[in-house]
Design a protein around this ligand. Structure first.
Ligand code: PXG
Length: 449
């Protein structure tokens, strides 16, 4: 053993020491005093180290749409690990990355038919923004550099994503961000929209704000608009009826690219492969991640329209067309998991199931409206957002307590943002499990009253 190796291995890691792991998006000190540990999972449930079964009301983090530890996906990953652990996708390829890209392209609407792989939603967003900028460069319109996001938008945590995103805490600590970014107003108005099931009637006119932004900057300086078709992380904001159509029409009028960030809405969450299909609006690029392989192996990507891809396919054939990519783009394990997951979605008719139970889900969730502190409930697909009144001088505390008590006392996993509870269970949920989940959430809301 070398001296250097001995020096670094001399200190044994203490067993069960929680200190070294700096948890993401977590109150670390509170967690480490009283952790919420998960050590297993099966189908609709997480399992704690003590063996408690926790009903998963969040599909992990909007990821595990097929349910947990599904046998065909587990076996596909195991088989792939034994067959090909890693191979580069820079200048080389392996079959499953191509097969999966073809399957995803088939599922996407219209001529959205080329897939660029990333490892996360954040990377998917940065990739889409970079493709938009490079696309205009390739078309001889390199002055189109402005990127337009939306207030309350969540596009991950890369510098591109937080720049176009609209969540203040994700932005305010991190300096100047990207320049040349503007934001549309968000689409939520409680007075007009409270307790709407599905798309609210009010708010399509907010898309016209894009006209104002175009008037301010001129269309010749704007590369792309990026929005979540259904804003998820900010607390579930379904798009007002007609809003996305209007955004598309204005983008078309000025030749601006429209990017849908479908990291949450993709792969069945709204009862269709993509929200673009459900809403009948075709973007120029779709960002995806999470449920592409039911959250089993990190993977994300961008689906681009044929015209975008073709624009790059010029010049000498030995020259790289897009100077962008990640070591793990199209990783064999992620691709194998993706193929098995898409098979499972199809074989079990999970997107159709989601569509079929949507009304049942909405009815069940809306029974919570009379509980203490419930200010609004929004539902769409197999998603719900429940706004709770904040405790005086303690924004976020009530929802934090709901999440914590849910896990400890009621065996349910709930996601929270601010004082909003977000529900997005795996798509395999049964009607009886919907009732069980809503019953648990109701108990939790009463417990934090
Ligand atoms: N875009 C959207 C629309 C997202 O929801 C990302 C990009 C970033 O993905 P990655 O893989 O880089 O995290 C997301 C992620 C929540 C929650 O509780 C949502 C996300 C992540 C963590 C928590 O709502 N969405």
């Amino acid at each position: 053993m070398s001296a250097a190796h001995e020096q670094f291995s001399g200190r044994d890691a203490a067993p069960n020491d929680l200190e070294a792991f700096w948890l993401p998006f977590t109150a670390n000190r509170s967690f480490k005093k009283n952790p919420r540990m998960i050590s297993g999972a099966k189908d609709m449930h997480y399992i704690t180290p003590e063996g408690r079964k926790i009903l998963d009301g969040a599909a992990g983090l909007w990821c595990c749409n097929a349910g947990h530890n599904r046998k065909p996906i587990v076996e596909a990953i195991q088989k792939q690990a034994a067959e090909l652990d890693f191979s580069p996708t820079f200048q080389f390829g392996h079959p499953k990355a191509f097969q999966l890209a073809s399957r995803i392209a088939q599922m996407a609407p219209g001529d959205l038919d080329h897939v660029f792989y990333t490892n996360s939603g954040s990377e998917a967003v940065d990739t889409a923004l970079k493709i938009a900028l490079a696309y205009w460069n390739a078309r001889g319109q390199g002055q189109r550099t402005r990127l337009i996001g939306r207030e309350r938008g969540y596009h991950g945590v890369g510098f591109g994503g937080i720049s176009v995103g609209g969540i203040v805490n994700n932005r305010k600590f991190f300096g100047g961000l990207l320049t040349g970014v503007d934001h549309l107003p968000h689409t939520y108005n409680r007075a007009e929209q409270a307790f709407s099931v599905g798309q609210p009637e009010w708010g399509a006119h907010l898309a016209d704000e894009l006209e104002r932004i175009v008037t301010l900057h001129d269309a010749s300086t704007i590369a792309a608009v990026i929005v979540e078709p259904m804003a998820g992380s900010t607390g579930v904001l379904p798009p007002p009826k007609g809003y996305l159509e209007r955004l598309r029409a204005i983008c078309d009028k000025y030749g601006i690219l429209l990017i849908f960030d479908e990291v949450i809405s993709g792969f069945g969450r709204l009862g269709t492969a993509f929200a673009a299909e459900r809403f009948g609006v075709q973007p120029d690029m779709i960002c995806f991640a999470k449920a592409v392989n039911s959250g089993t192996v990190p993977m994300g990507g961008v689906i681009a329209r044929k015209g975008i891809y073709d624009t790059f396919m010029k010049g000498p054939e030995h020259v790289i067309e897009l100077f962008h990519g990640y070591t793990y783009s199209g990783h064999p394990l992620a691709a194998a998991a993706g193929l098995a997951t898409l098979d499972l979605y199809r074989e079990e008719g999970m997107f159709e199931h989601t569509k079929a139970i949507e009304q049942r889900w909405a009815d069940a969730v809306m029974t919570l409206r009379s509980l203490p502190n419930v200010l609004d409930i929004r539902t769409l697909g197999l998603v719900a957002g429940i706004d709770l009144a904040s405790r005086p001088d303690a924004f976020g505390q009530r929802a934090f307590d709901a999440m914590d008590k849910g896990f400890r006392d009621h065996d349910v996993m709930i996601r929270i943002t601010g004082d909003t509870l977000a529900l997005s269970p795996p798509l395999m949920i049964t009607e009886a499990q919907i009732d069980e989940l809503i019953d648990k959430v109701g108990k939790v809301i009463r417990a934090v009253a």
